[in-house]
Each structure stands twice: as structure tokens, then as C-alpha cells.
Design a protein around this ligand. Structure first.
Ligand SMILES: *Cc1c(COP(=O)(O)O)cnc(C)c1O
Length: 357
């Protein structure tokens, strides 16, 4: 039986999108491959409101996160973390020999723009990483306010993890001055895992030229140079199946559903889950910084989340337990990608029924 996923990645994928993954392969050095990847890049620019170059990577999003911090830190990286995914960026830096400092907060809190200002004012850093939407705590950082601060420091490359919000939460990348924004296929974009996408600004390109050991597979400058020289083709064999599905899905997002409608649907779904959570439980993060794509709920009733999920599975649905230290203390309901209002209502009704609440 198909279990509908209400977890923050991988998400449920529509049948028509899935079927694109089964299309006959094409050569990755053909004109068709170039056109396919160019079209995807141009459509991703529309999703993100950017004129900067798009890079595609056959990997999950973590690959490009690692590539970004390694390829573009010449001096030292300031990593601001509000949960497990933020911390991951620090580990990627350290394991790659990149000088980096980690700035953490209590789980459920945001990155304070004033702290970013204070840290960058030290002049020690030439790259900063921010998590836009922290999937482990259901917190959306105030990215506009943070961006305003980062823009005061033109020597700093601004990297943003939008893995669990791109395509579900509107952010204008160029307006905010973000140099590298990263996402994965298996979250709001609504595809199977295996493809990552990022922007690579002119400023980031220039910086990467000053960095010596950028690695190989995830060297963003190598990817960039290759697609410029070879008409949107990549150095190694990409997952053409993902490209077919993404191409189809981006057309759906932009021309069938419409981007603004998609953002609105995410807000509506989030509001339904929040309202339910306030009534039956309690929201984990601060009310002012709630994620639009995943809601983290405090388990103040002391329910057995694992048991709830077992019951839900019998009904063909699945939610997420809390992440890491927040397991059983919280649980998470994702409302992203192509999940519809009806699906959310059905899920919540089933939870009410199971828990008799
Ligand atoms: C899922 C997720 C990641 C990791 O992405 P992968 O595609 O699994 O590598 C990073 N950051 C955030 C915020 C995420 O939700």
C-alpha cells in the first residue's frame, strides 16, 4: 500500500512526475541534454527570482552545501546554526580543512541579525552560512533582516540553505543579495531525492578563483566553467531521469499551478496545521518565526509518537518524529510540495481519531 508522506523529505511525488523518471535515457553529451539543462536552469531562476547562474548536481543537497563552504571560503567561514542542519555546514567546513566558527542558539530560536552583524564586524570572515528553514525545529529565520546585515559586508559570500523551503516559501534571491542558495529535489519541489540545485553569483565565482583546494566533484567553479564552455552540460554523468522529472515539474509549478498559487497553498496548509496544533498541543517555535513548510509541535500530551505513526501507517499515512534530541519531545508534520489542503485535513482528522482528541 502507498503510504502518503507528511515528512519533511522525501515527500510524496505525484504519479505523473514519477513516470517522467522512467523515460528512455538520452546521451548526456547531446544537444537535447544541453537544452534540457538550460531550460531547468532558466526556470529555477524564475523560482528564485535571480539572474545568477544555476548549478545542478547529481547528489542530495548536502553535496552542494559542502561544495559551497569549501569552494568559496578563502579566509574563514561564520556558520550560524539554529539546529542540526546548520551544524552540518560547520562539520562540512571542518572536515574539509576550511577554517570555520560555529554560532549556535537554543533549539527553536532564530539567528539574531544583531549577532550576525557583530560577528561579521570583526572582519575575520569572508563567508557566512544561514539556514533559511530549519527542518528540525520548524523555524523560518528572518532572512530579510539577516540579509540586510550581511549586505553591509561586501567581502562576505552569503550562503543560504533553502533545502526545505525553495518552491514553497517565496524568497527573492537577488534582492536579498544571496550569493549561493541551495535546495534538494526531495523537499518542496516534489521530486525523488538525488538532485541538488544552487545559485552561484558573480561574486562567488570570483571568490572561488582565489581558493586553492576546492575538491573535485563539488567544486562549484569547475561545474560553472564546464557549463559555460559546454552549453549547460556537466563534467560527470548527471541523473538524466531526475532532469526529465524536474523539467516537467518546473513547468507544472510555473505554468500550471503558478508560483504565487503554490506559495499561497503552502501558507494555507501551514495555517491549518498551526491552528490544529495550538488547539490540541502547542507549537514548538516562537510564533513569529514559524516555518511555512513544516510544523514542529511540542508533545505536551506525552503521546507515544512512534505508536501514533504505526497507527497512521495502517491508514496509509506517515508523519515525522522530532529530530535528534527533540525525538518524542516534539513531532513534525510537513506540508510541502504537492500535498493539498484535503490531504492535510484528512491527516489531522485521522490523528484526532487515533488519539481520541
Ligand atoms: C533535508 C535538509 C538538508 C539535507 O539535504 P539532503 O538533500 O538530505 O542532503 C539540509 N538542510 C535542510 C534544512 C534540510 O531540510
Amino acid at each position: 500500500m502507498h503510504t502518503r508522506l507528511f515528512i519533511p523529505g522525501p515527500v510524496d511525488v505525484r504519479e505523473d512526475v514519477l513516470s517522467k523518471m522512467a523515460m528512455p535515457q538520452i546521451g548526456h553529451r547531446t544537444k537535447d541534454a544541453s537544452e534540457l539543462q538550460r531550460r531547468i536552469s532558466e526556470n529555477m531562476q524564475r523560482i528564485w527570482n535571480t539572474k545568477e547562474q544555476i548549478l545542478l548536481s547529481t547528489s542530495s543537497g548536502s553535496g552542494l552545501m559542502e561544495g559551497a563552504i569549501r569552494s568559496c571560503t578563502a579566509k574563514r567561514a561564520a556558520v550560524f546554526s539554529i539546529g542540526d542542519f546548520g551544524k552540518r555546514w560547520y562539520e562540512m567546513g571542518i572536515y574539509n580543512g576550511v577554517e570555520a566558527d560555529l554560532f549556535e542558539v537554543e533549539l527553536g530560536e532564530i539567528t539574531n541579525p544583531a549577532l550576525v552583524d557583530e560577528v561579521l564586524a570583526s572582519g575575520k570572515y569572508d563567508l557566512v552560512t544561514i539556514t533559511h528553514n530549519e527542518t528540525s525545529t520548524g523555524v523560518a529565520n528572518p532572512i530579510e533582516d539577516i540579509a540586510k546585515v550581511v549586505r553591509k559586508y561586501p567581502e562576505v559570500i552569503f550562503c543560504v540553505d533553502m533545502v526545505s523551503s525553495a518552491g514553497g516559501h517565496k524568497v527573492n534571491i537577488d534582492e536579498l543579495g544571496i550569493d549561493i542558495v541551495i535546495t534538494s529535489s526531495q523537499k518542496c519541489l516534489g521530486l525523488p531525492a538525488g538532485l541538488a540545485i544552487c545559485t552561484f553569483s558573480e561574486k562567488a565565482i570570483e571568490r572561488a578563483k582565489d581558493v586553492k583546494n576546492r575538491g573535485y566533484y563539488f567544486d562549484l567553479l569547475t561545474l560553472y566553467k564546464y557549463i559555460v564552455k559546454k552549453d549547460y552540460q556537466y563534467p560527470s554523468t548527471p541523473s538524466i531521469s531526475h532532469m526529465f522529472a524536474l523539467d516537467y515539474q518546473l513547468d507544472y509549478i510555473l505554468n500550471v499551478e503558478g508560483l504565487e498559487n503554490r506559495f499561497k497553498r503552502h501558507e494555507d496548509m501551514a495555517e491549518i496545521v498551526r491552528t490544529w496544533a495550538r488547539e490540541k498541543f502547542e507549537l514548538f517555535p516562537d510564533e513569529n518565526y514559524l516555518s511555512k513548510t513544516v510544523t514542529c509541535i511540542k508533545n505536551n500530551r506525552g503521546i507515544n509518537v512512534g505508536e501514533l505513526n504505526k497507527e497512521l501507517k495502517n491508514r496509509g499515512m506517515m508523519i515525522s518524529n522530532g529530530y535528534g534530541d527533540l525525538k518524542e519531545k516534539t513531532f513534525r508534520i510537513a506540508h510541502m510540495a504537492d500535498t493539498q489542503i484535503e490531504d492535510i485535513n484528512e491527516l489531522l482528522n485521522n490523528i484526532n481519531h487515533i488519539l481520541k482528541i
